[in-house]
Write a protein that binds this ligand. Sequence first.
Ligand SMILES: [Zn+2]
Length: 268
Amino acid sequence: MPELPEVETCRRSLRRWTAGRRIVGVDLFDPRSVRQGRSDRPTAGHPEGRVALDAVVLAAAPGEIDRHGKRLLWHFGDRALLLHLGMTGRWSRIDPPHAKVCLRLDDGSALVFADPRLLGGIVPTEGSRGRALLLEGLGPDALGAPLPVFGGRRAIKVALMDQAVVAGLGNLHAAEALWRAGIDPRTPAAEVTGARHTVLQRGVREQLEGTLRMLAEHDEIEYVEDAGAENPFPLYQRAGSSCPRCGALIAKMTQAGRSTWWCPGCQR
Ligand SMILES: [Zn+2]
């Protein structure tokens, strides 16, 4: 499931694949993937999606792509596309299953947006509105800004996943970052202060940057949930295995409805 490193990798891939190119055609296989506003409901499909998409991508060359948290804003002249990958979305140059939208380039190549669960989407917009949509409701970016000071009694793992507090971390990277920092995921957020906050900031940074370096080794993104994908993470889905740091058995619990893998031996 795409979180900040996967979305940032998508940003870099789209820039690399479209450098110096123009988009010359659009195939819309599923109109539900084009949205009028920022929504993860497939029923929110844009009634004029085809026209709106053409009006952005055919009118100007593909330009810079901004990222905030897990959202992207792809500029085409004074217009833009807001891209959201949702739970299962990806952009690819190979022909993936569940293709929803295809952008054809002037060199004969094609970029396909695939999204089996339709929770991601593409919002054609004016550039200025796009900027607002990119940031709306989100806290500071988990990679581009210092980690905010947390408050409240809720668990630090749950606070890290709250996009309004810090944007970009999801279930997997929040848990792995807490393991790197040696912090118990159940710790009340307000107690993560001082030296612990500094260690968590470093853990988040190392988790995101380390994952980015790993993803950069391949031209196409692979999600850890993909069939046959390698799992490079020390905790994720490894309950009952030994912690690579302290040797204790990795445990799994549920927090705010999501699975948290953690090490009772070295996360205090
Ligand atoms: Zn451990």
